[in-house]
Design a protein around this ligand. Structure first.
Ligand SMILES: Cc1cc2nc3c(=O)[nH]c(=O)nc-3n(C[C@H](O)[C@H](O)[C@H](O)COP(=O)(O)OP(=O)(O)OC[C@H]3O[C@@H](n4cnc5c(N)ncnc54)[C@H](O)[C@@H]3O)c2cc1C
Ligand SMILES: NC(=O)c1ccc[n+]([C@@H]2O[C@H](COP(=O)([O-])OP(=O)(O)OC[C@H]3O[C@@H](n4cnc5c(N)ncnc54)[C@H](OP(=O)(O)O)[C@@H]3O)[C@@H](O)[C@H]2O)c1
Length: 255
């Protein structure tokens, strides 16, 4: 007799509807969305697969799609040997993954105090929540300027680059600053985001300041990056968002 796993989330099987490969180890996955699955940009979902031992493995993934998209989209990097991302990389259109019924997370832009400029800083797959924010009509109406900074190793990993550039061409508030760190010359800017902020390069390039009086900053991706950014912004007078207290900076760590 098998007993139900008491830690398993309530979930449903959802069909994979589309895959987009950006680079050999980086892709976007779209799945059907249950009618009652509601989220805000910045929330993450939990996806599950059944392992060879019959046990389900669950991992969190930020939602990339707009809140009114009838499907759910995720941006995923393959971690060689990873218990989840490796089997997930073999899933094809028409096959299914488990989707936990609940949504999770606090990386939600409305937690920030009103401001003039929103900086959206990402490494790797940490771009996802910003694409959801930018795709969701009206989500960022309160800002006068929007600056997306996306750092990846190689140019091919600049997922959603064309979409963001097309959006920037029609929305004068938006600047998209791609950064490639391991392919010199592939982008105008190179180097890690905290260093480019510390020496003023990023603000100069964006034609903006980074001032807690007017600017709000979201930081998502590699945990060493979020740690460095927290120290840097803290030293400049940015304040965290605490329960009930709107701040000027928000963080999401992916591991
Ligand atoms: C709130 C939250 C949201 C997340 N959203 C995403 C997302 O949108 N897309 C995504 O690909 N992953 C995301 N992750 C990470 C994801 O949940 C898995 O950890 C990842 O897919 C690897 O799973 P795994 O079982 O293959 O390897 P794991 O054993 O879980 O991870 C092994 C190692 O891989 C590295 N790693 C894990 N995730 C990443 C990543 N995203 N980028 C670079 N290195 C990584 C770390 O060094 C980690 O220790 C998120 C994690 C959290 C906590
Ligand atoms: N992306 C791929 O297609 C690819 C290719 C090979 C392997 N992998 C596997 O995927 C994993 C994750 O790769 P990833 O490239 O998506 O994520 P990543 O290692 O977090 O790198 C993404 C971006 O974040 C930058 N970064 C890393 N640490 C930082 C820090 N402390 N401060 C500021 N910026 C920082 C990187 O710059 P730096 O270049 O300076 O580190 C890079 O520009 C790897 O560990 C590997 O297992 C992925």
């Amino acid at each position: 007799m098998t007993t139900a796993d008491p830690t398993a989330p309530r979930a449903s099987l959802q069909r994979v509807t589309a895959l987009q490969r950006w680079a050999p180890m980086l892709w976007s996955l779209r799945i059907d969305r249950p009618e009652d699955f509601r989220f805000a940009p910045g929330h993450y979902a939990k996806l599950g697969l059944t392992g060879p031992d019959g046990q389900n493995v669950w991992r969190p993934y930020s939602i990339v799609s707009a809140t009114d998209d009838p499907e759910l989209e995720f941006l995923i990097v393959l971690i060689p040997g990873g218990a989840f991302s490796e089997p997930l990389s073999r899933i094809e259109v028409g096959q299914s993954v488990q989707l936990a019924s609940a949504i999770f997370g606090f990386f939600l832009e409305p937690q920030l105090a009103p401001g003039d400029t929103l900086w959206m800083l990402a490494t790797g797959t940490g771009l996802g929540p910003y694409v959801s924010l930018l795709r969701t009509s009206g989500a960022l109406d309160r800002y006068r300027r929007l600056i997306v900074v996306h750092s990846v190793r190689q140019a091919a990993e600049l997922a959603y680059r064309d979409e963001l550039e097309a959006l920037a061409a029609t929305d004068a508030r938006l600047s998209h600053l791609p950064i490639v760190t391991r392919d010199a010359g592939a982008t105008v800017l190179s180097g890690r985001i905290p260093a480019l902020i510390a020496d003023g390069t990023l603000a100069q390039h964006a034609g903006a300041t980074l001032d807690p009086a007017t600017d709000r900053v979201m930081v998502c991706g590699n945990p060493d990056f979020t740690t460095d950014m927290r120290a840097l912004l803290n030293a400049r007078g940015f304040l965290p968002c605490r329960r009930g207290n709107a701040g000027s900076m928000l963080f999401e760590k992916y591991w």
